[in-house]
Write a protein that binds this ligand. Structure first.
Ligand code: ADP
Ligand code: MG
Ligand code: MG
Length: 252
């Protein structure tokens, strides 16, 4: 089972420190949720893990199965099994969804082990059916003109086909109506296994009614300041974040 460890992570964006010593450990089979106010660095954490060039790590470490993730190039991180469903997926004109997915799958599988076209189409069609996606999305340019909900479903489609070992979902619930949320959550739950760990970033407790986390972490000002079980998410939903600020003496 995979083991993903972030230790004392500090990172800056354009010279400004956003992550200020963040620790988390995720094992295969576990679902961790990170909740926190807007602007606290949740998406920065996700982008930093994936190696986005805008985010510079100044201290700390990230490892997957004992391997140094910070030493890996972006494509190596994906090949190693890290996957991020982005809060704001980008549109790529000229690249169809099918082309994009097939090259992503092949990059993950490695040279000499490429998926056959027939097998790829069969898998893609099957997963699209599960996600109740219109088959025409296969031939549309990546995310171009997709609605918010369609983009999120498409991110989940990528996750299902790539079979990652650590999955990060950044606000996958934003912009989803309740039916789409249920479909997306069913897709995620079907992917839960001992061979996979999840980091679910969300602003709202609602998502966690559909994807039950084992651990809930509160992130504030670039750090995880409190951890607990699902009951912590419920308390945040009912009482907001002020009680944590008071408890910890955080001033903002
Ligand atoms: P969250 O996802 O928790 O809402 P973000 O990680 O998006 O928070 O943002 C944390 C802080 O980092 C914010 O102050 C934001 O303005 C800043 N930030 C994030 N990404 C960038 C970027 N690419 N360029 C400049 N500032 C950024
Ligand atoms: Mg935000
Ligand atoms: Mg964010």
């Amino acid at each position: 089972a995979p083991e993903f460890i972030i230790d004392g992570l500090k990172a800056t964006v354009e010279g400004k420190e956003i992550l200020k010593g963040l620790n988390i450990k995720i094992k295969g089979g576990e679902v961790h949720a990170i909740m926190g106010p807007n602007g606290t660095g949740k998406s920065t954490l996700a982008s930093t893990i994936m190696g986005h060039p805008k985010y510079e790590v100044t201290e700390g470490s990230i490892s997957l199965n004992g391997e140094d993730v910070l030493e890996m190039a972006v494509d190596e991180r994906a090949r190693a099994g890290l996957f991020l469903a982005m809060q704001y997926p980008s549109e790529i004109t000229g690249v169809t969804n099918a082309d994009f997915l097939r090259s992503a799958i092949n990059a993950r599988r490695g040279e000499g082990n490429e998926i056959s076209l027939i097998k790829f189409i069969r898998q893609m069609e099957g997963k699209m059916k599960e996600l109740e996606m219109n088959p025409e999305f296969m031939h549309r340019y990546l995310n171009e003109g997709f609605s918010g909900g369609e983009k999120k479903r498409n991110e989940i489609l990528q996750m299902m086909l790539l079979d990652p070992s650590i999955v990060i979902l950044d606000e996958i619930d934003s912009g989803l109506d309740i039916d789409a949320l249920r479909i997306v959550a069913t897709g995620v739950n079907a992917m839960r296994s001992e061979d996979r760990g999840f980091l679910i970033i969300t602003h709202y407790q609602r998502l966690l009614n559909y994807i039950k986390p084992d651990f809930v972490h509160v992130m504030m000002q670039g750090r995880i300041v409190k951890s607990g079980g699902p009951e912590l998410a419920e308390r945040l939903e009912n009482e907001g974040y002020d009680w944590i600020k008071e408890e910890l003496g955080i001033v903002d």
